[in-house]
Design a protein. Structure first.
Lengths: 768, 383
């Protein structure tokens, strides 16, 4: 051995320290600085003791060729420990094992001993951690257990890949039939001829997108294959061709053919490709497919030149393939075909292994997001692609759960860029920033493999325009996400009867300059509805100082911002980050709702940003259905009674069983919906009189109690009428009508007289 | 899955855990010294290491399926009362390890005498074993976890005559653990051998020769391992063992041998190492009995580091003899007190899987500053 160019003492201190640790490792027999070392690139040769099973000790090596004592080399750089040393094995080490880094035949093999960047390993565990991993790797290599069934099947190792196909693995797997065969898939490609010097030995690089669109290989399809001529001054040509997906039939036993032997890539020509296909049980199918290609191409009228034909062999593995959720491995190749192509499995026809990259697909996005896409996922319509809406839609899209329809009436405006998920490429004049929000949102979602329908529309109109509603909301839609932050849209959606709009509404909104977020989900059969839930949120917030401040009493809730000369917008000033804080949390809940069964009851979430501006605290409530009644004197109106109010009334009636009792109703009135919603009940004043034949509401302290309630709710909840009980199931009396009339005059607004009967409720409404 | 055999570093003593492919555990002897329980002492925390390897039952109590006491010497049962629950299972006290089934030699029936002096832990073991025998006599073989016992070998004075269901006779095979048949286990009972030798030996050492000798045959994932262990049995026992089994030597074959009596010369020779030194002669028969090593076999000395002096046990000459046995089969000799290094021994673990027996890989210990070893031992002066 030549003398080392550098002696140990001259190595960087940290490498000397590493060497000392290496020598202390229980599996290191010895470690020395290699002769080729320099101060910049020290190399350390280590002899590692491998614990072979006793039965192989006498032979000195395992059946997989791992010896009792294995030399490894650690190639450091002076930057250690910023970078991990490169670990190599002896040159003749068995390369047919899994988890060896792809590399050229003449280079020393590198074990793939760590899933991740070895720099991270060094940073976390030091050189000991690296050696532990390498020792473990050698031990597994000896026992031929480098493929960890808990981890997944190691895909075929392919040492030199120059060309790339992009495809949706899940979509292609769906094309595989158990009876075996092949499928011709539409494929677009780009051929690039790099400058001399960087050019690979075959002279060009291919990048292709394999679609899951299967084409029949008739003469028309054969004639459709084409590559555009090379443009002057351009090194790139485009073309369209076919990819042959080849898969095995079942074995004679009826079981699928499983290839459980790990082998690195050896395909170089049509003969070795046919051999590989035989390993996977699909040689016959491959040869049949190629023979058909040969026949069709030979009959082409036009000349073809040489075009790539991609081939994907399908191997079924005994366990799930690493990095996927399926036991099917797709192994792509290409070869050059022309009119004279013959399918003879010859060594004269070169075949090139091709790298497989996952196309952006809904399934891939879901997989990477840890989302299990339900087979029967419900369609989602989103109304509002503004600051909150665009962020939620993007989050959902990145999890494979994007809405199917995006509706927004507005166009983007440059000022939107301060708070929006969409960032647009620079075009010549920046005009994209004036495009319809819905269109741009859908373009982004299409880029996430989830094409959505963009509709420029104001959802407020749906109440009166049923056609527009039908066009915008597909029949089977079960959820609409309202992210418009528009009271008018909320009211309009709540106003549409359930018979006309069965989809449950989810509403997301921010309040209090982005310090409070509200997320609601309507209950089954849209009860409680989106408006009921907002009123419930008011009631919830009224009872909590912090929430009340933000939701009900926040000053300057809206401010007018100038966004151009003479024009402005009514909006709230807050940072994009603040919106993201809430949009992310809401999206997380939406992902849960979209992948699990929706809860039956209505849901209400109120989230509050903490003083530090970073954390959120959410309060949540499940809301049972509201009682819905139509007044006996006016069927144009609807009365909705919250579970809270109902319970209070029942309790009061229960404790005054022998006399009539009553109290004051708190809630809100919507003239648009012609609905009075009762959210709460105030006890009758002390001077009230409860008798068998009548209930007389007293006045003592009533005004101040009402004022206090309304004030504390920011005047969102107020007196909407009175209630009293009847001891028998009788309707409103003449006195009742008179009383409600009087009340209506006093409050200068439609008033409700609610009567609690032994069998339920009846009501009268007076509009003045 | 895999079966495992773990040898804990307990100085000159034994402590071995077998984890069967089924997950059932058989613990053979313990020697948990006080220093091992002291977090500020650098002695390996073998009780902690043991607990890490044990399963917990529905009530979250750690347990072993079987505990075998090879013979009632202190270096084989030290720490029993401290770490294990003894007594009726319903009286279990939090934190202790439950013994579902006790495996005991018939020595428990022998009266204490000058030749049978027992330490506290051994006496506690005797009481517990006898309690279980009584439970068996009352309730028969239907007793539950924590009350079961197997007696390995019969008592010469007839005290085991009524124990048919829980008695394993010499040369029989055990294939049940805690009343359950286990496909991963068949263990042949080779000792304690009854008979004349006991009187020939010096009286004080008879306990050693009453050691239970078992040849385990473990199976896991299609692979197998033969493990021979014999407590502190000495040369006379091994000589007789060879005479008994010379016609079917496969009963003595092993992939793994626990060198008897902490690598004592007394198991291989009738001559004292201290008195005779290199002139001491190896007993041919004992060496044969302990020499049936299979290809690649490992011999483990459960002892302090073997030093080149007149110490016995562990004895350097015995180590040499074992290495001679191993050389032709490319085997390996290891000492629990030296592995991975004498300054910091750690449990030696073997795995048995489809490839048979294999020594597990060892990870580098964390640097002292991380492992908090810096705080152990002598106070560190700072100038």
């Amino acid at each position: 051995m030549a003398e080392a160019q550098v002696i140990e003492e001259e190595l960087p201190t940290l490498i000397q320290a590493a060497l000392a640790r290496i020598r202390q490792h229980p599996h290191v027999i010895r470690a020395n600085v290699h002769a080729d070392s320099t101060k910049e690139f020290p190399q350390v040769d280590c002899l590692i003791q491998v614990n072979l099973p006793t039965q192989w000790r006498a032979q000195g090596q395992s059946p997989s060729g791992v010896k009792l004592e294995e030399p490894i080399r650690l190639m450091f750089s002076a930057t250690y420990p910023q970078y991990a040393p490169l670990v190599t094995l002896r040159p003749e080490f068995n390369r047919n094992l899994a988890h060896i880094q792809p590399g050229a035949e003449q280079e020393a093999p590198e074990p793939c001993y760590f899933e991740g960047d070895p720099r991270e390993l060094i940073a976390h565990r030091g050189i000991d951690g690296l050696l532990n991993q390498v020792v473990d790797w050698l031990h597994r290599a000896a026992k031929d257990t480098l493929i960890d069934p808990n981890h997944g099947w190691e895909p075929v190792r392919r040492d030199r890949l120059e060309d790339i196909v992009v495809l949706d693995r899940a979509a292609l797997r769906n094309r595989i039939k158990s009876r075996g065969g092949y499928s011709f898939l539409e494929t677009g490609y780009m051929r690039c001829v790099p400058e001399k010097g960087n050019r690979p030995h075959k002279g060009f690089l291919l990048m292709a997108r394999v679609t899951d669109n299967a084409l029949p290989l008739d003469q028309r399809t054969a004639d459709w294959i084409v590559e555009s001529p090379v443009q002057a001054q351009s090194a790139i040509t485009h073309g369209r061709t076919l990819t042959v997906l080849v898969f095995a039939a079942k074995a004679s036993t009826g079981a699928p053919i499983i290839c459980d032997r790990y082998e690195p890539e050896t395909v170089a020509d049509l003969q070795t490709l046919a051999g590989r296909a035989a390993d996977y049980g699909c040689r016959t199918e491959l040869m049949e497919a190629l023979s058909l290609v040969s026949r069709r191409l030979s009959k082409r009228a036009q000349d073809l030149g040489k075009v790539p034909l991609f081939i994907i062999l399908v191997a079924r593995r005994p366990i799930t393939v690493l990095g996927s959720n399926s036991d099917i491995e797709l192994i792509p190749y290409f070869l050059q075909v022309d009119k004279e192509f013959t399918s003879e499995p010859s060594i004269e026809v070169p075949v090139y292994p091709v790298a497989l990259h996952d196309a952006i697909s809904k399934n891939l996005l879901a997989e990477l997001s840890g989302v299990a896409l339900p087979a029967d996922i419900y369609p989602l319509v989103q109304v509002g692609a503004g600051s909150v809406g665009s962020k939620i839609a993007t989050h959902l899209g990145r999890a494979g759960l994007a809405p199917q329809v995006v509706i927004d009436k507005k166009c983007l405006s440059p000022h939107n860029s301060a708070r929006h998920a969409l960032t647009l490429p620079v075009d010549d004049y920046g005009l994209t920033w004036l495009s319809p929000k819905a269109d741009i949102m859908c373009a982004v979602l299409a880029g996430l493999d989830q094409p959505a329908t963009a509709i420029r529309q104001d959802a407020v109109g749906w109440r009166y325009d049923r056609q527009a509603l039908r066009r915008s909301v597909p029949r089977n839609t079960s959820v609409i996400l309202n992210s418009t932050a528009s009271l008018a849209v909320r009211e309009a959606l709540a106003a549409i009867p359930e018979e006309q709009l069965r989809a449950r509404i989810i509403e997301s909104a921010l309040y209090g300059q982005g310090h409070l977020g509200l997320l609601t989900l309507e209950g089954m059969e849209r009860n409680p509805n989106t408006a009921d839930l907002t009123l419930e949120a008011y009631a919830l917030a009224r009872a909590d100082d912090g929430l009340r401040q933000l939701l009900l009493q926040h000053e300057s809730q809206m401010s007018r911002q100038a966004v151009g000369q003479g024009c402005g917008t009514t909006t709230i000033v807050m940072s994009d980050a603040r919106i993201s804080l809430f949009a992310a949390a809401m999206s997380q809940k939406l992902i849960e709702w979209r992948t699990d069964r929706l809860p039956e009851q209505g849901k209400l979430y109120l989230g509050q940003a903490s003083q530090d501006g970073m954390s959120l605290a959410w309060a949540s409530e499940s809301i049972k259905p509201f009682k819905v009644i139509v007044p006996e004197n006016n069927d144009q109106w609807q009365i909705r009674i919250s579970p809270r109010a109902h319970e209070k009334i029942q309790e009061d009636v229960g404790s005054h069983a022998s006399v009539e009792t009553g109290g004051v109703l708190i809630g809100a009135l919507s003239s648009l919906r012609r609905t009075i919603t009762v959210i709460d009940v105030l006890d009758a004043p002390e001077d009230s009189q409860r008798r068998r034949e009548r209930f007389i509401l007293g006045r003592s302290g009533l005004v101040s109690a009402l004022e206090e309630y309304a004030e504390s709710s920011g005047y969102t909840l107020y007196c909407v009428g009175t209630w009293h009980s009847h001891l028998s199931n009788s309707g409103a009396s003449a006195i009742d009508h008179e009383t409600v009339e009087t009340l209506c005059d006093r409050i200068q607004s439609p008033a409700l007289g609610l009567i609690c009967l032994p069998d339920g409720y009846t009501a009268i409404v007076k509009e003045g | 899955m895999a079966a495992k055999i773990t040898f804990f570093p307990v100085g000159d003593g034994d402590m071995t855990l077998i984890t069967l492919d089924s997950g059932r555990t058989i613990l053979i002897d313990i020697n948990i010294r006080e220093a091992a329980d002291d977090p500020d002492d650098e002695t390996c925390d073998v009780a902690g290491d043991l607990r890490e390897r044990l399963k917990r039952d529905g009530q979250d109590h750690p347990y072993v399926d079987a505990f075998l006491l090879s013979h009632p010497d202190q270096d084989h049962c030290r720490g029993l009362q401290k770490h294990f629950h003894l007594g009726a299972p319903e009286e279990y006290r939090q934190g202790k390890i439950l013994i579902r089934e006790v495996w005991s030699s018939p020595l428990i029936f022998r009266r204490a005498s000058s030749s049978n002096l027992l330490c506290d832990d051994a006496r506690a073991f005797n009481r517990e074993a006898k309690r279980r025998v009584e439970r068996y006599r009352e309730a028969g073989a239907t007793v539950g976890d924590g009350d079961r016992i197997l007696i390995l070998g019969h008592d010469e004075h007839g005290k085991t005559n009524d124990l048919t269901d829980i008695l394993v006779e010499i040369d029989q095979v055990i294939s049940q653990v805690n009343g359950q048949r286990d496909a991963g286990l068949s263990a042949r009972l080779l000792g304690p051998l009854p008979g004349p030798d006991l009187q020939e030996e010096e009286a004080a050492l008879t306990k050693n020769d009453s050691s239970v000798v078992l040849r385990f045959h473990l199976r896991a994932s299609g692979g197998e391992c033969r493990f021979l262990t014999g407590g502190d049995a000495r040369v006379g026992i091994w000589e007789r063992m060879w005479k008994r089994h010379a016609n079917h030597t496969e009963w003595l074959e092993y992939d793994l041998l626990q060198a008897p009596h902490h690598c004592s010369w007394r198991s291989l020779s009738r001559d004292s190492w201290r008195d005779w030194g290199e002139r001491a002669k190896v007993s041919r028969d004992a060496r044969e009995a302990l020499g049936q090593a299979l290809s690649g076999a490992h011999i483990i000395a459960s002892s302090k580091p073997v030093t080149d002096d007149d110490n016995d046990p562990p004895c350097t000459r015995a180590k040499r003899e074992y290495k001679d046995i191993l050389d032709p089969v490319s085997g390996v000799f290891k000492c629990t007190g030296e592995t991975p290094k004498p300054s910091k021994p750690a449990p030696i673990e073997f795995e048995v899987d489809r490839d048979g027996l294999c020594l597990s890989t060892v990870k580098a210990a964390a640097p002292a500053i991380i492992a908090s070893d810096a705080g152990r031992g002598d106070p560190l002066p700072h100038g």
